[in-house]
Design a protein around this ligand. Structure first.
Ligand SMILES: Cc1cc2nc3c(=O)[nH]c(=O)nc-3n(C[C@H](O)[C@H](O)[C@H](O)COP(=O)(O)O)c2cc1C
Length: 240
């Protein structure tokens, strides 16, 4: 299944068959993760698979294995994390496997090749329906609440998953470009959600990339010149 089509069907999978995937399949998944397109190629990253570990933490899910993401901690590394990990979420869903992001869970291995643990998801053979029938099954804010102007890629961005389904983004479209913003947080909310909302923004950018390429255009992202919108923080602009 094409990634673009997966965007309109995917869902978080929280029930898994107990049997772990075999080593050949896990190696194939890791191989795929090594060839992803980053948003910021200068940031070093790595994926690892966690097996035989019962992962704890708020809202954690039991699964036979987990995919953990590690990164250099540089400016924009959370955006980059969301962008890369969502490519894996779509890949797993496209190849018949379920996945669910785990925003608060932590594995035992907090470091890999000198890179810090950033985020993980549970994945495996689903023990529930893998895909939604159609867009009507998505729970999302009305599109008009999170977007202005028209663009053929908007629906794909709107359906992106986000922590606690907060959908903290705003898409402003004009002249074939999409300016991406995220909600400004008060200091109390920021303590928990700043990291998660940046990752969410990276996820939305991943869906915009897939939609841009589906239209036969190259994906191009820029953060200057800075745009402003009251109550929001500028993330960047998808150009083409
Ligand atoms: C960064 C991030 C963290 C998340 N953390 C959790 C979590 O800890 N536990 C959980 O059950 N779901 C988690 N989710 C899944 C969201 O709740 C889910 O994506 C959202 O409700 C939208 O539903 P959908 O993915 O089925 O479209 C997380 C999603 C994201 C993007």
């Amino acid at each position: 299944m094409e990634f673009y089509d997966v965007i309109f069907k995917r869902k978080s999978i929280r029930h898994y068959k107990e049997t772990p995937l075999d080593d050949a399949r896990l190696e194939e998944i890791l191989q795929y993760s090594r060839a992803l397109t980053p948003l910021f190629p200068e940031i070093k990253t790595s994926f690892g698979i966690i097996k035989n570990e019962s992962v704890n933490g708020l809202f954690a899910i039991d699964a036979p294995q987990y995919l953990a993401f590690y990164s250099e901690e540089k400016e924009s590394h959370y955006l980059n994390a969301g962008f890369l990990m969502q490519q894996m979420d779509l890949y797993l869903s496209a190849t018949g496997l379920g996945a669910c992001w785990l925003g608060m869970a932590k594995p035992r291995m907090k470091e890999k090749d000198g890179l810090a643990f950033i985020m993980m998801f549970a994945f495996g053979e689903p023990n529930q329906t893998l895909h939604r029938k159609d867009v009507s099954e998505f729970k999302r804010k009305p599109l008009a609440e999170v977007a202005e102007g028209g663009d053929g890629r908007l629906e794909a961005a709107w359906l992106a998953p986000s922590a606690a389904n907060a959908q903290p983004w705003f898409f402003s479209c004009s002249d074939g470009a999409v300016d991406v913003f995220r909600v400004k947080l008060n200091p109390v909310k920021a303590a928990v959600f700043d990291r998660l909302n940046l990752i969410d923004s990276g996820i939305a950018l991943c869906h915009l990339k897939v939609a841009t390429e589906h239209m036969g255009k190259p994906f191009s992202f820029a953060q200057t010149p800075e745009k402003s919108k009251k109550g929001y923080q500028y993330i960047g602009t998808v150009l083409s």
